[in-house]
Design a protein around this ligand. Structure first.
Ligand code: PGA
Length: 251
């Protein structure tokens, strides 16, 4: 079973559009349920509306507060996500890292999710590539700091998303190649083998994200060895998402 994670980011503008998109995403989810587990990571403000409109759709948040103290104006805590039927949450997205989320903060957020038995989607990825492989050490630091102290059973409840920052969003330098994706997924599995063991590393779910579209989805899954895809822009266009889902299972 592959994962298809839709990251709506700061869209759409209205609840009416959110409901429309959620229903369309839910139809895709039902149609491909034998092959794909679709998770919609929607803005906080729409979580409960979307749950009512498309109850079968698995919901994720796009972030979580690092603390449990209610004196945190503007924050949404793991206990609130749990209490509102949200099962997943992204932590460490590059857009959050670029506005201040350090490895330490990402780790704290991940631990909050683990405590409440939510599934963290831990985003990791280098800002730039170089010829000497320094980009590997950036990802190593992100993975090692996030996994510190986690027990083996907790790893089973963790999704890692490899998202090279240079390949994300409308300003992407270029698309990543399936070879670049496979190299990093193998590297992360090796890290986990060294920290835990090979069996644990093999059982981990590692997905790819960054300019994923209906045209390259199959390549990342087949040649890139990704256990699924994290999709930003294309997840807002249900026709394209439908094609992407269809193509990714043809891999
Ligand atoms: P993109 O975003 O698919 O629009 O590149 C992916 C992400 O940031 O998660």
């Amino acid at each position: 079973m592959k994962l298809l994670i839709a990251n709506w980011k700061m869209a759409p503008d209205t609840a009416v559009e959110a409901v429309r998109l959620a229903k369309a995403t839910s139809i895709i989810s039902k149609k491909y349920k034998k092959h794909l587990s679709v998770i919609a990571c929607v803005p906080y403000i729409y979580l409960t509306t979307v749950k009512k409109a498309a109850p079968a759709l698995i919901l994720g948040a796009q972030d979580v507060a690092p603390g449990t103290n209610v004196a945190a104006t503007g924050s949404i805590g793991a206990m609130m996500l749990k209490g509102n039927k949200v099962s997943y949450a992204i932590v460490g997205h590059s857009e959050c890292r670029s506005s201040g989320d350090t490895n330490e903060l990402v780790k704290t957020k991940l631990d909050r999710l683990m405590e409440k038995k939510l599934t963290p989607i831990l985003c990791v990825g280098e800002k730039t590539r170089d010829d000497r492989g320094w980009y590997l050490s950036a990802v190593k630091d992100q993975v090692e700091s996030a996994l510190a102290g986690l027990a083996r059973p907790e790893l089973k409840r963790l999704v890692i998303a490899y998202e090279p920052v240079w390949a994300i969003g409308a300003g992407a330098e270029r698309e990543a190649t399936p070879d670049e994706c496979r190299e990093m997924i193998m590297f992360v599995r090796k890290l986990i083998t060294d920290l835990y063991d090979a069996r644990t590393a093999q059982s981990m779910t590692i997905v790819y994200g960054g300019s994923v579209s209906e045209d390259n989805a199959a390549l990342f899954v087949a040649d890139g060895c990704a256990d699924g895809l994290l999709v930003g822009r294309v997840s807002l266009d249900s026709k394209r998402l439908h094609k992407l889902a269809h193509n990714s299972i043809a891999a």
